[in-house]
Design a protein around this ligand. Structure first.
Ligand SMILES: C[S@@+](CC[C@H](N)C(=O)[O-])C[C@H]1O[C@@H](n2cnc3c(N)ncnc32)[C@H](O)[C@@H]1O
Length: 282
């Protein structure tokens, strides 16, 4: 470590130690920033053992605040009070990026996903690899799509199940995740059971073959493109002839879906945000 970076590390750790507000539960963004900085710094070999000891001890204290916060949220969710507890984390402003932030750090710990130990099956052409919707957009989705406990929300390509779980906690809606990868479905089921989310279920199936007959809201975070997207949209169009549905999208598939004549966007202002489409007669 050269002199300048050692001085910088000392100053940063001093500042973190002096900032008592990092221990306040609501200072989540700042605490996660401090934890990540400390982890990165501790990852590198350093010849300043006294500073390493201070950094490790500070990290342990901040991690304990974080663990207590997450355990509180987990027990509120298990008791059926998750919507009220999570209200305070609802973002006031949602930017259009697909990047992750402190809310993703918080909810990953609350959902307690385990890293898949088994290997993941290779994707077919037109299938998109797993990447979760950033949590702030899921909060936004619930509002924009006006989801209520009368809905059956279906995540098409649900991965580890963040979206159905958070939507169900926030709204009481029944939620279904359809995901072709069994390893992800197993992980999602374990997380939902641990939180006693009785309204959430997952099936390991290809969306092209799954039963879509009871969904009222269908969500796509660009799970597939090309011919697969085309065939699933055709299935949704037929579902829309049977009953009212909404189609909710995020990511690049929004532009493709906007071109569907049978779907009308409820708001055309920003294709980088969650988009809600209503079927119309053509
Ligand atoms: C971009 S991720 C979205 C994950 C999740 N919906 C979310 O927003 O957090 C796409 C997911 O779709 C799954 N997938 C891709 N093609 C699929 C298909 N034909 N049937 C079911 N799942 C599929 C992938 O395995 C992956 O987990």
């Amino acid at each position: 470590m050269n002199d300048a970076s050692q001085t910088y590390a000392h100053a940063t750790i001093d500042a973190f130690e002096l900032d008592a507000s990092l221990h306040e539960p609501m200072r989540l963004r700042e605490r996660i920033h401090a934890l990540e900085w400390l982890e990165e710094w501790l990852d590198e070999p350093r010849d300043d053992e006294p500073l390493r000891i201070r950094a490790r001890s500070l990290h342990a204290r901040l991690a304990k605040v974080q663990a207590r916060l997450c355990e509180g949220l987990r027990s509120d969710i298990r008791a059926g009070n998750g919507a009220a507890s999570l209200q305070r984390w609802r973002p006031e402003f949602v930017d259009g990026s697909e990047g992750y932030d402190h809310l993703d750090g918080l909810m990953s710990e609350v959902f307690a996903f385990d890293e898949p130990a088994d290997s993941i099956a290779p994707l077919e052409p037109d299938m998109v690899f797993y990447q979760p919707t950033p949590m702030r957009h899921v909060f936004d989705l619930v509002t924009r799509a006006s989801i209520t406990d009368d809905d059956l929300f279906v995540d098409l390509g649900s991965g580890l199940g963040h979206v159905p779980m958070l939507v169900s906690i926030l709204t009481g809606a029944r939620c279904l995740g359809i995901e072709r990868e069994q390893v992800y479905v197993n992980g999602a089921q374990r997380s939902a059971e641990a939180l006693r989310l009785g309204h959430v279920s997952f099936v390991a199936q290809d969306v092209r073959e799954a039963d879509l007959s009871s969904g009222t809201v269908f969500y796509l975070y660009t799970p597939f493109t090309g011919a697969i997207l085309g065939s699933v949209l055709e299935r949704l169009r037929r579902e829309a002839q049977q009953r009212p549905i909404r189609v909710v999208t995020f990511g690049p598939c929004t532009t493709v879906i906007s071109a569907e004549r049978w779907l009308q966007p409820s708001d055309e202002s920003n294709t980088n945000l969650i988009a809600v489409f209503h079927p119309v007669a053509v």
